[in-house]
Design a protein around this ligand. Sequence first.
Ligand code: SAM
Length: 290
Amino acid sequence: MEEASGVRMAPGNGENSYATNSRLQEKAILETRPVLSKAIEEVLSTCDSTMVVADLGCSSGPNTLLVVSEVIGAIRAYTKKADDARGVEVQFFLNDLPGNDFNFVFRSLEYYHNLGGGKDTPPYYVAGLPGSYYQKLFPRRSVHLFHSSYSLMWRSKIPPELSSCTHLNEGNIYIGKTTPPIVIKMFQEQFQKDFELFLTLRSRELVNGGRMLLTFLGRKSEEMLMHGDVATAFEWVSISLQSLVQKGRVEKEKLDSFNLPYYAPSVKEMTRKTIRYLTVPIVGQTSPSA
Ligand SMILES: C[S@@+](CC[C@H](N)C(=O)[O-])C[C@H]1O[C@@H](n2cnc3c(N)ncnc32)[C@H](O)[C@@H]1O
């Protein structure tokens, strides 16, 4: 798997689907509710009556609609509190890679008609937007709020030097205990390039006074690249795959050449990349154990 466009969550709503197995991700959306409300209040105090909101890496299932419903709820609360009679309308863009199960999202929308319910619900319009957030997605200065949850740890691709030299990270699918420092550097550089690109693109697309709420997996520690947090989970998967190689069930070549287009940065790495773009501080960090 060379390009991240090969990444997709399991479609539909069956037992093994993403929709049925994403309660941890739901928790992150609910925990960031106060930050979302604040961002929406700030946007609404400067925009006119139309607000454009984009959820990047929306996937399919209840979480996709939960984001829509949280935004609507926050707008409703603000307009009530501020006695705002502007008649705000919301245009949502739900973005993910083209392989995402958008059909399931659209079918669920029909089912969840009138999200948030009630007569105070602002009129809202929902459109799907297939494409990578590592490319241009919107016209200049057209989006008021970017939201993204549990997605930005996915890289645009596997570091190119790693895909061309398939044995560099033997036996691992991500950064593991036996990953050489040169490979760790490749993962780090890919994150830096991707994140810089993401911020450059979004900063052009955001209106003046717009806001971004980005929640994604990171590391608590600067040094502990291979211990704790996400790396441990992937290490277990690598160990299971190694045992399948030993039993002859998986080709060694396949395991050695497979790497995840993924990187979980530390807060310091994040701050280093975002500092040029930030007008407000980084407000928090979620961890997979949360
Ligand atoms: C773990 S899911 C999170 C989905 C949802 N936001 C949630 O909170 O449940 C990560 C999503 O990011 C999407 N994704 C990964 N790389 C992407 C990219 N470059 N552009 C757009 N979406 C991407 C994946 O397809 C996947 O649907």
